[in-house]
Design a protein around this ligand. Sequence first.
Ligand code: FMN
Length: 165
Amino acid sequence: MPDRSELTRPISEHFRTVLGRLPTGVVVVAGGDREHPSGLVVGSFMSVSLEPPLVAVCVSRTSTSWPAIEAEGRFCANVLGEGQEELARRFARSGGDKFAGVGWSPAPATGSPLLDDVAAWIDCRIYQRYEAGDHWLVLGEVLELHGLAESGALVFHSGVIRPLS
Ligand SMILES: Cc1cc2nc3c(=O)[nH]c(=O)nc-3n(C[C@H](O)[C@H](O)[C@H](O)COP(=O)(O)O)c2cc1C
């Protein structure tokens, strides 16, 4: 039975709690200036189209990292794997040098940061950006991608980042 009080409360009060029941992946979207890269954690990453190959991500308009990423027109989506919880927490904080001490190399197509030991990476150029309330809905055109079959996944569920296994 639904909790009747949830049905009468304003949507904004329980939006996060209810949508948090949907497990998502944990992805670091990274790009920007090659000397001073930028990145943030998102759970809103998804595949969209095969022809052309497109992915989507929703980025808050309050993101301090996104403007620098968008300015370069490219990003690498780093799918975090088991054991990378600390990396997730680091990129979920605003401000500071998030890349200090983090191992990465330039992704092959765009040169965006490809973090060491991620479960998968998707190297993209920004294809379209749409207004979506307090977020941007961003489409990326996939130029290169790779995944490690043996890597375990990290998931975000009910406000907690945890390994899938
Ligand atoms: C698991 C998880 C998923 C998140 N998903 C998103 C998301 O989809 N879009 C978004 O804009 N922020 C998302 N965030 C919040 C950002 O990571 C957070 O606001 C971060 O501080 C933004 O950093 P920035 O100001 O450097 O851009 C998520 C955070 C966590 C922990």
